[in-house]
Design a protein. Structure first.
Lengths: 336, 425, 328
């Protein structure tokens, strides 16, 4: 069954749950993502990055809202558009920037790339360059949690396009029959590269597919931080209780192209601009709500943006002053 | 600050794009996100968007220009800014021309032609447009001589035993020479030699241990030190007298011990020969540390009498005997072998008349003494008299000293051996 | 010493591994009550329970991915792919994930999984159920590739593979399951990455894998009567490959025959040949390096054709004889 949650109801509950300081922190995290991605985009234009990039601008609420519902010690698997996840989980823009600029001081020592940032010891099981690649792996993580009798939960994050991979179906099926402690978070930004939803799906909501596997499926407004947070939180608790997996579809919008070589002929500028309006942009919406609730002032909100910009500048400086990976390490880390 | 408009690098392999159209002219207003320019790329034509609101200015490239990726192509001026605020243009990158120099000949062909010194005007090009290809150059090469068909094993054995492959008939398919064919030939030759009785199979002794070490040192010395050999004959009459006198006391003086003392005396007067030479550095040692060569069953060892000038003749004899005994029993210590500045080798006890010795590196000289033998020599009246005579040959490293140095040393040595009383001086 | 079949030896390895280490579990299709398609896991679900011997739906990518995810988070899964051909449905998880994760994550991860793969022809199972795909994985850094050729090797290599902290592709041969050999009762490990000399000889160096090892041994008996001695090597592990003993042998014999079931072109034999040609053994070759391998066809179904499609004892004898007699 899919439902649309009412944003109005959501935020009171979340304020109760999290409290004003934590909420301000969420806004801060979202600003960090936005500032980071804008800077990385700029670096790309200047030719300072190597390889392409997949930016999360516009998807900050779903990033922060979903990961915010996990506990320390939980796992998540991300995908190629994962900077928002890595930044939120690690709060370490220095190292993420170092990874993106190919330096030795990031998380993967020059080996992985923008799509493969991981911090395994802390539960970040990595991004994935293969669409849907994390879905079967999630089954294994779920099995491992169960066999170890642990109370951890694993959230596997994937896009609308991945829901059509065969692996998606194998994974949901296995997770459902074994009641694995998983949360399937589909970040539906409405385009799989150039393919809009209407051309790839014969159903209205991806969450409807949950029914095929006998598990709950929910669709939420992915640009509403409160809705995302509440829904994912419920799914996480369900998993932790042992009641099995949930499919959460978080509908959002990708402001930039799929990657930097995307001409975006498949959508209009008007459409893109419309998602940047204050009633749709995730950061503007959260700011407005927090201001209305008296939790944050306009000046505070501005300074959060400013601080994020500064932190990102520092991250660039950190990365720039970091050494390149030593060629002598080329053959290392292949085998354990 | 004017905001730069970049031609982005669309993907890692994207090198450049051509400007197809400017959609906005200089001076026109733009909003952020408005397309301002259309360019080519590998996939589809792409639009470049204005990065900010303002006025387009400072267009860097006209239609048709080829622009390297990640380059500024224009600027957007904010309100209040003017073209005066634009940064000075960098030297424009020259547009690449289509045709390149390498169209007449391929790079590989050019390299082969250079290596094999083939004049390109003698080569006919069969590539597109008469382009010279690798194949064309290779056909212009002189044909290699006929090669023998042989296995790698055959070639290795042929190299090892210096057997020309051309003369061997091969037992392999299509006449290929096998390693076994070469081996058979070698064995045949060996058998022929044995049959002729010239040699039977030799006993093979691998050079190891001390023998090998000596071999290495001698080879090194012989190859690196330019040896000169200077010789004198010494009248041994006074030596014999001295030895008899000592024998009468019930003790013994050997020629070797006397040579040690005499050389010590002479070396103090010829410091250039009491030296070591290492890496172009000649060290002149203040005291003579004289090595005495001792023959062992499996080699040669040279224990050293340190500060030989300080001992009396008797003490010298004791030292020589002690070192020789310990050498033979294998109980020399490292100290006994270190620090020598000159060496004496006496083969007189083997009835050798004379010989030349190889210098013991890093020393610069070595004295080879032959036996004392009675010979007829002219006396002061030019009458033949019988006299004990000993041949001394001094080998000297010509890098350290000249023939004249050697001669002067020997002159003094001869003098003191012919008149031992001089040692008191 | 008691004798076990190759099948029983594998089962004993799994059982002993699971007894010793609670993080080891089995996952695959029909491995529970059914005991797996070739009977290797019979009795194990009864002994260890459904949690540790997990039957799955028909989802090869899911099975492989489950192994990756479990291995990544502290377990030691042993996947069963039923027929090695089905591994192709899970290539992405094995090649793009399992093999590369450790490297991409800068050394942070380890993926200690084993994928057991019953492969090979000789049962009339035709083209989609009879393949040999070990060479596909030899080209992937991050994976290990193992092929046991006997009951003794099967147990020792499987225990070593389970112990190894890297993903191991474990290629069994269907025709070997019923073959018998001496197998020690206690757990033992045969080190991965070490080539094994199975037979000593003076005239031809033979490199054989999987079922070709026993066929080469039989051929050696025949040729010995003609005075031709084969020296036979079983790499046991194809990646990483220990070529040292083989190169040493070629220096002695000067002649090489590489025997394997997979299709000749692009197969492991090319790797061995290139290594020999590029080594100091080159100067000792008396004949070209020869390969005897699978014919360039999908596996035919009829018995007669299937037999012709891969090396048999007679063809090894013929090749060995020709090499020794300088006919190449």
């Amino acid at each position: 069954m899919s439902t649309e949650l009412s944003p109005q109801a959501a935020y009171h509950e979340v304020i109760e749950l999290l409290g004003p300081e934590a909420l301000k922190d969420k806004l801060r995290q979202m600003h960090l993502i936005r500032a980071f991605e804008e800077k990385v985009d700029e670096l790309f234009l200047m030719g300072r990055t190597y390889g392409t990039l997949h930016l999360s601008i516009g998807q900050e609420a779903t990033n922060v809202g979903s990961l915010g519902a996990l506990a320390k010690g939980d796992y998540f698997l991300s995908h190629h558009r994962g900077h928002g996840h890595f930044l939120t989980w690690s709060d370490d823009p220095n190292r993420v920037m170092a990874d993106i600029l190919g330096k030795a001081t990031g998380f993967w020592r020059g080996k992985g790339g923008t799509m493969h940032i991981a911090d395994v010891a802390n539960g970040n099981l990595g991004g994935n360059g293969i669409v849907g690649g994390g879905l079967p792996i999630a089954v294994g993580v779920g099995l491992s949690i169960k066999l170890r009798r642990s109370e951890q939960v694993c959230m596997v994050i994937f896009g609308d396009g991945a829901a059509n991979e065969g692996a998606f179906h194998e994974s949901l099926n296995m997770a459902s029959i074994w009641k694995l402690p998983l949360v399937y978070l589909c970040e539906n930004n409405q385009y799989a590269m150039s393919t809009p939803l209407s051309k790839a799906f014969n159903i209205r909501h991806i969450s409807e597919r949950a029914a095929a596997y006998g598990i709950p499926g929910v669709t939420v407004d992915g640009n509403d931080f409160f809705a995302v947070y509440l829904t994912v939180r419920e799914a996480v608790e369900r998993a932790r209780r042992g009641d099995g997996p949930t499919l959460v579809e978080s509908v959002t919008y990708r402001i930039k192209g799929h990657s930097r070589s995307d001409r975006q002929a498949y959508r209009t500028r008007e459409e893109v601009r419309s998602w940047q309006e204050p009633d749709r942009d995730p950061i503007l919406r959260l700011t407005r709500t927090l201001q209305a609730a008296g939790i944050i002032s306009e000046a505070e909100a501005d300074s959060l943006r400013q601080q994020a910009v500064e932190r990102v500048e520092q991250a660039v400086a950190f990365a720039d002053s970091s050494p390149d990976p030593d060629p002598a390490t080329l053959l290392e880390d292949v085998y354990a | 600050m004017p905001v730069p408009v970049y031609l982005p690098r669309f993907d890692p392999s994207h090198k450049s794009s051509t400007i197809l159209r400017w959609l906005v002219s200089e001076g026109a207003a733009v909003r952020e996100g408005d397309p301002v320019c259309e360019v080519t790329s590998d996939k589809v034509d792409m639009e470049i968007e204005a990065p900010a609101d303002g006025t387009l200015a400072g267009v860097q490239y006209p239609v048709g220009a080829e622009v390297p990726a990640a380059t500024v192509i224009a600027y957007v001026l904010a309100e209040g800014e003017s073209t005066a605020d634009l940064p000075q243009p960098a030297a424009a990158a020259p547009a690449k021309s289509g045709a390149t120099d390498g169209s007449r000949i391929s790079p590989v062909a050019r390299r082969i032609a250079e290596e094999r010194q083939i004049a390109l005007d003698t080569v006919t090009g069969t590539g597109p447009g008469g382009r010279i290809t690798r194949r064309d150059v290779e056909t212009a090469l002189p044909a290699p001589p006929g090669k023998v068909r042989a296995t790698p094993a055959a070639r290795r054995l042929a190299r090892e035993f210096d057997v020309p492959l051309e003369n061997i008939s091969g037992s392999g398919p299509r006449g290929r020479v096998q390693g076994t064919d070469v081996q058979a030939l070698v064995d045949q030759r060996q058998a022929a030699i044995s049959q002729s009785g010239a040699t039977t199979k030799p006993q093979v002794i691998k050079l190891e241990g001390m023998r090998r070490a000596i071999a290495a040192r001698m080879q090194h010395s012989s190859q690196t030190a330019p040896h000169i050999f200077v010789e004198v004959q010494v009248d041994g009459s006074r030596i014999e007298q001295l030895r008899s006198a000592i024998k009468a006391r019930g003790e013994r003086l050997s020629v070797t011990a006397l040579l040690v003392k005499a050389c010590a005396w002479a070396l103090q007067r010829h410091p250039r020969l009491n030296a070591t030479l290492e890496d172009d550095v000649l060290s002149l040692w203040p005291k003579p540390h004289i090595g005495v060569a001792v023959a062992l069953d499996d080699g040669l060892i040279v224990p050293v009498i340190h500060a030989a000038q300080a001992h009396s003749l008797r003490q010298t004899q004791t030292a020589v005997d002690d070192l020789a005994a310990r050498a033979r029993s294998g109980s020399l210590r490292p100290d006994d072998l270190a620090g020598g500045t000159f060496t004496i080798s006496n083969l007189g006890m083997f009835a050798v008349d004379r010989f030349t010795a190889i210098i013991n590196p890093p020393q610069v000289a070595i004295l080879a003494a032959g036996r004392m033998a009675r010979q007829f020599v002219p006396n002061e009246h030019d009458q033949p008299t019988l006299c004990p005579v000993m041949n001394l040959v001094l080998s000297v490293d010509h890098r350290a000293a000249d023939g004249a140095d050697a001669a002067r040393f020997l002159a003094d040595l001869k003098a003191v051996l012919e008149e031992p009383d001089l040692m008191l001086w | 010493m008691r004798e076990l079949t190759y099948r029983e030896a594998l089962r004993e390895a799994l059982q002993q591994a699971m007894e010793a280490d609670p993080t080891v579990f089995l996952i695959g299709e029909d491995i529970g009550v059914y005991g797996s398609a070739f009977g290797i896991t019979a009795g194990l679900q009864e002994a260890f329970g459904e949690e540790r011997v997990i039957d799955t739906p028909i989802s090869e990518a899911g099975i492989a991915g489950a192994c990756v995810g479990a291995a990544l988070t502290g377990m030691r899964p042993v996947g069963d792919m039923q027929f090695s051909d089905f591994i192709l449905l899970s290539m992405e998880q094995l090649v793009l994930q399992a093999a590369k994760m450790r490297y991409m994550f800068g050394g942070q991860a380890k993926i200690p999984l084993v994928m057991r793969l019953p492969g090979g022809s000789g049962t009339g199972a035709s083209a989609q159920h009879s393949g040999s795909y070990e060479n596909w994985f030899v080209g992937v850094p991050g994976l290990k590739v193992v092929m046991p050729s006997s009951a003794y090797d099967a147990k020792g290599l499987l225990l070593a593979a389970i112990d190894d902290d890297n993903p191991v592709m474990f290629f069994e041969h269907k025709l070997l399951y019923n073959t018998k050999g001496d197998v020690p009762a206690e757990p033992y490990r045969i080190p991965l990455g070490q080539t094994h000399r199975v037979r000593e000889g003076r005239h031809v160096t033979v490199v054989a894998t999987s079922i070709m090892v026993s066929r080469a041994l039989e051929a050696a008996e025949t040729l010995a009567q003609e005075g031709i001695e084969l020296e036979i090597f079983d790499p046991r592990t194809l990646r990483p490959f220990d070529d040292g003993p083989i190169i040493k042998s070629v220096k002695k014999t000067g002649r090489v025959l590489i025997v394997y079931e997979a299709v000749e072109m692009g197969g492991f034999g090319g790797e061995v040949a290139a290594r020999i040609a590029g080594s100091e053994a080159f100067d000792y070759l008396e004949a070209p390096v020869r390969r005897l391998a699978g014919k360039d066809v999908p596996m035919p179904q009829s018995r007669v054709l299937e037999y012709q499609a891969v090396p048999q004892v007679e063809s090894i004898v013929t090749e060995g004889r020709k090499l020794a007699r300088n006919e190449y």
